[in-house]
Design a protein around this ligand. Structure first.
Ligand code: SF4
Length: 417
């Protein structure tokens, strides 16, 4: 194992410390609607009891700031002290409104405004407010939603992701605001690992290293989602990169926690989760073979279980024995039963090889987050779906009960050309 990347320590609330001097912090995110206060409080209660050390909640609209305040109030009233993280997309107004309400705020400052200079100015204001309230932030950039300015300036590579993040990191340093965690997630494990490595190198060069939140975004579900997350996250953790982790699964968010706890235990001695023998075998094999495969130190792995071997090879992008699936974990923006739909899409498309199929919960972020998908199934709301070919919407307003069949037809027609 490599030496641990030495980072600053970020304090979230008054009890959770993220940084190289502390065990890896495990977190997850609610997939309830934030406006449904009862359901969100109930889910937070379960997630806290299952060991989530931070809980993220989406704040899609200004009205949800009050919902979040009420959720937090009820949790504290029950004695649940787990710090909450507000997940903000696009709106600097909501980001600033939520600062007094929760312990940590996740933003992508590049999306604060289409004009980059205005986005910088708004981020400066946001930092001033976070300083005033002593909040922590996460600068979270995802591959596939880097924004026009970044792609035009740096391209769309792991290096571009790291350079884009460094602009915001440098603004934090200039503002002497150090309660900062950074993430550069991607669903492609090679892109994800290289982006974090590059960011770690750039921050070391700068002389200020913020802790890293590590995760594979849109990893999917079942064994594939677990294996994809483990190969990439374990590769970084084995290099001493990563201080807090989220294993994103298109399932009940409580299911993410044992996987994250397994990783935190393996790489930082945190308490071990209770796993079935099969789960342990899968996670261990993914962690054992992730780095050698992603680093091209080996081309094959000596596993007798052909299914597990194929899954690990595909997660490391060394063999594509089935379609590559991307599915968001769902959140308060999700517009249909994501888990069930994703399973139906997988069952209907398993025959297609060499295609990347994305299933995304909302039209606001889904299309941007699909990264390099060949086809996308994106919820519009009101029982309707838009189907995408690459980044282009090709069939809009399809009733949900027809959408899987129409997706299959679309792929078949394209493949027959
Ligand atoms: S793409 Fe999925 S996880 Fe991302 S905001 Fe939309 S519903 Fe939530």
């Amino acid at each position: 194992m490599n030496p641990v990347l030495q980072t600053r320590t970020v304090c979230v609330g008054d009890s959770v410390y993220i940084g190289s001097g502390h065990p890896i912090v495990v977190q997850t995110m609610c997939n309830t609607h934030t406006s449904d206060i009862e359901a969100t409080v109930a889910q937070c209660r379960r997630l806290a009891a299952a060991g989530s050390q931070l809980i993220r909640i989406t704040v899609p609209a200004m009205a949800d700031v009050q919902h979040l305040a009420e959720i937090r109030r009820r949790l504290r009233e029950e004695g649940i002290q787990t710090p909450l993280v507000a997940d903000i997309h696009f709106s600097s107004e909501i980001a600033m409104a939520v600062v007094p309400v929760v312990e940590k705020i996740r933003i992508n400052p590049g999306n604060f405004h289409p004009d980059h200079e205005k986005a910088r100015a708004l981020f400066g204001q946001f930092l001033g407010l976070c300083k005033q309230y002593n909040r922590a932030i996460r600068i979270g950039l995802n591959h596939g939603s880097l924004g026009k300015y970044i792609v035009e300036k740096y391209g769309n590579s792991p290096q571009a992701m790291a350079l884009a993040a460094m602009e915001w990191v440098e603004m934090c340093i200039d503002a002497q605001f150090y309660n900062v965690v950074v993430s550069l997630k991607a669903s492609n494990t090679v892109v994800m690992v290289n982006a974090y490595r590059e960011l770690a190198r750039l921050m070391q060069e700068k002389g200020v290293v913020f802790p890293l939140h590590v995760g594979v975004t849109e990893a999917g579900n079942g064994d594939s989602g677990r294996i994809k997350s483990c190969v990439a996250i374990s590769t970084l953790l084995s290099e001493g990169i990563g201080n807090t982790i989220r294993v994103s699964l298109t399932e009940d968010p409580a299911n993410e926690l044992p996987v994250a706890q397994y990783l935190a235990h393996r790489y930082s001695g945190a308490a071990a989760p209770s796993l079935s023998a099969r789960e342990e075998t899968i996670l261990k094999a993914a962690c054992d073979w992730g780095a050698p495969l992603l680093n091209h130190e080996v081309d094959d792995i000596p596993l007798e279980d052909e299914y597990l071997k194929d899954e690990i090879l595909q997660a490391c992008r060394r063999k594509f024995y089935k379609p590559e699936y991307i599915a968001c974990p769902g959140c308060g923006r999700t517009l249909y039963n994501l888990e069930e739909t994703f399973n139906r899409v997988k069952a209907a498309t398993g025959e297609f090889k060499n295609v990347v199929i994305a299933v995304m919960g909302c039209i606001v972020n889904g299309p941007g987050e699909m990264a390099d998908a060949d086809y996308g199934y994106v919820g519009e709301g009101f029982g309707k779906v838009t189907l995408y070919r690459k980044k282009e919407p090709v069939l809009r307003h399809i009733p949900e009960d027809e959408a899987v069949d129409r997706l299959v037809e679309l792929i078949k027609t394209d493949q027959a050309k």
